[in-house]
Write a protein that binds this ligand. Structure first.
Ligand SMILES: C[S@@+](CC[C@H](N)C(=O)[O-])C[C@H]1O[C@@H](n2cnc3c(N)ncnc32)[C@H](O)[C@@H]1O
Length: 440
């Protein structure tokens, strides 16, 4: 069934008299969308009172919805047709793969309005999960709505027609192994699209056996230099093609395409500025000290590199060993000029953050920044932070649900939200990057 469903002007169908819900998928109901919820879906009630999360729906709309997944207490479905009251912020999806590739599921909402809706969703997340109100000043920083994505994982599909290798690219569909092929992805940077339409075909033709699919990580360093990584890459090709240097806020940061790196370089300086301002506030108020910066879940040492000029001692902790060499380079004293930690100590540790916290006593009001994966902070890390002398925590998060959960747990230990800011790093998708300052 096509999911490019908006059919303006279609007359409203009469409501069926009885709605019975069976476990079989694809039953169709008419529902009124109450609000947008986490994940960008519309929330509605089925006739039996169960909540239904509806992909492609916007608040206020009366929709014909195909239910595709049911549980005892909730269901999921997608819009077949907007019957009445199309939301004024609804727009036509721009990409032909909308509803097919699994990404960019918010394209039916005006780009200009997405931040406003997602901010509302975050406010509700915090109320519901943490029973905490985000501050009035909570705001979303926005950047380009299209062509912003510097990092992507694409599937390279190699076929052979006669003697000729044919190389095509796609995205792995959500919760599926199949691939949605694309020629041009409108959220990737122009340089990444150009690479895929040109040089990448020559690079990957012949690398993989015909009939095979391979996942490749791509990174555009912001000035159109593309690095790539695939499993099994030989050392020489890796050092020549996977390693990159990006200049962020005047500082050169080395990484490689196999490890985490921020994916929206256009908006990244706004996050760096907010984090630096948050650090300055902490130092000025005395809640944190400049004696020690601890960057947990540090990746290639990105935040530490952006902040090290303000501290006497800097420690980065990252589980992924491959990040360690990059972190050493990024925090090396000779790599940049304005380094506060020049005469102090820089440690780059490869360990799980929770283990490092358990074995290292933080008994001074160190400045702590954490940027965990979507799963949020491990329980042991939360306990260790609560038991430490850290009075101020800068929490950067790519998943507001786990952020709200962790905020609730930290609130029990006396932490309160100071600054709360979000960054629209992933337009056309329901994801937001968040930065909270928690102080006690
Ligand atoms: C969202 S990324 C942030 C990286 C870095 N702060 C940056 O801005 O580039 C999360 C990082 O945490 C690392 N990680 C995941 N679990 C970890 C753990 N338990 N302890 C330490 N690092 C972990 C991942 O390898 C990844 O590099």
């Amino acid at each position: 069934m096509s999911r490019n469903f908006y059919k303006p002007g279609k007359p409203r169908r009469p409501t069926p008299k009885r709605h019975a819900i069976s476990k079989s998928p694809r039953e169709v109901f008419e529902v009124r969308i109450e609000k947008m919820v986490q994940g960008g879906e519309g929330m509605a009630r089925l006739p039996d009172g169960r909540v239904c999360f509806v992909a492609g729906a916007l608040p206020g709309e009366l929709c014909k919805v195909a239910v595709t997944f049911t549980k005892k207490d909730f269901a999921r479905g997608h819009v077949v047709e907007v019957l009445e009251g199309a939301n004024p912020d609804r727009v036509e999806a721009r990409c032909p793969l909308y509803g097919k590739c699994g990404g960019c599921s918010l394209q039916h909402l005006d780009s200009e309005k997405q931040a406003e809706y997602l901010a509302q969703v975050e406010r509700e997340n915090f109320r519901r999960i943490a029973r905490i109100e985000l501050p009035e000043s909570f705001k979303v920083h926005t950047g380009p709505a299209w062509g912003y994505r510097n990092r992507a994982r694409v599937v390279v599909v190699c076929d052979q027609v006669g003697d000729k290798p044919i190389v095509r690219f796609g995205f792995r569909k959500q919760e599926s192994n199949s691939v949605a092929l694309f020629k041009n992805c409108p959220v990737l940077t122009p340089a990444l699209n150009e690479f895929l339409q040109g040089r990448a075909r020559d690079i990957f033709a012949g690398k993989f056996r015909p009939g095979r699919e391979m996942e490749v990580n791509l990174f555009d360093n912001g000035v159109g230099e593309i690095s790539y990584y695939y499993e099994g890459m030989l050392a020489r090709e890796f050092s020549e093609n996977a390693v990159s240097v990006a200049e962020i806020c005047g500082k050169k940061i080395e990484a490689d395409a196999s490890v985490f790196f921020q994916s929206n370089l256009a908006l990244l300086p706004a996050l760096v500025k907010s984090v630096r301002d948050a650090v300055d506030d902490g130092l000025a108020s005395g809640e944190a000290s400049d004696s020690w910066l601890i960057d947990l879940f540090s990746g290639v040492g990105f935040f530490a590199a952006m902040l090290m000029d303000k501290f006497k001692r800097v420690t980065t902790v990252e589980r992924e060993e491959k990040c360690l060499q990059h972190a050493k380079v990024n925090l090396s004293v000779s790599s940049e000029t304005t380094v506060g930690a020049v005469n102090g100590k820089i440690e780059n540790v490869s360990a799980p953050a929770e283990e490092w916290l358990a074995h290292n006593v933080v008994d001074i009001p160190a400045t702590l920044i954490v940027d965990p994966p979507r799963t949020g902070l491990p329980k042991e890390a939360l306990d260790a932070i609560a038991a430490s002398s850290v009075n101020r925590l800068i929490y950067v998060s790519c998943h507001p649900v786990t952020l709200a959960r962790d905020t609730a747990l930290l609130a029990e230990k006396g932490f309160k939200i100071g600054r709360a800011e979000a960054f629209a790093f992933y337009p056309q998708t329901p994801h937001l990057e968040m930065m909270l300052v928690l102080a006690r």
